[in-house]
Design a protein around this ligand. Sequence first.
Ligand SMILES: Cc1cc2nc3c(=O)[nH]c(=O)nc-3n(C[C@H](O)[C@H](O)[C@H](O)COP(=O)(O)O)c2cc1C
Length: 173
Amino acid sequence: MTNHKVLVVYFSRTGEQYGVGNITEGNTAIVAKIIAEKTNGDLFEIKVVKDNYPEGYNALTEYAKTEMQENSRPEIIGEVENFDQYDTIFIGFPVWWGDKPMPVYTFIDSYNFNDKNIVPFCTHEGSGFCGTQGMDKTGARILKGLAMYGHVAQNEKAKAEQQVSNWLKAIGY
Ligand SMILES: Cc1cc2nc3c(=O)[nH]c(=O)nc-3n(C[C@H](O)[C@H](O)[C@H](O)COP(=O)(O)O)c2cc1C
């Protein structure tokens, strides 16, 4: 464990999700909380002011597709307190259409990441890691990310914890 001051930012949805049925805690949220616990980090959930995301999976995929085609930047509730104190920001999200949900772009656009470490993580159901679009122009150092199956995060807690531990160790946290 190093002296990093860590912030764990995440976007995640409940309701009906692929392969896991109706969930009350999002897959990415579960991973975010494991990371925060293991790094002694603070958590910030990206929530949108106008939450019109459907609860049903198919409707959500359609809604998300439109939002992405419009390249929208949905307004986020609140802000990170004293952002400057953090030297490392983990940013987590579900893979949506091979990319990030647009509110994650809003977050990335909203802060100055110069000289900070960004560590991406995502949950998905087959795509694997979706890359660092939107993060590469921030001026941050981008560390190796983690991609975890959503159903593993949701249903296999011990395996999820182990994957997070192995990865954190590999990147020096
Ligand atoms: C709108 C939408 C688009 C998705 N697109 C992909 C995709 O392109 N590739 C993939 O592997 N999984 C995709 N998924 C599955 C999610 O990434 C996966 O279920 C994730 O764990 C959900 O996390 P959450 O509960 O934190 O929101 C998609 C899910 C949704 C709702």
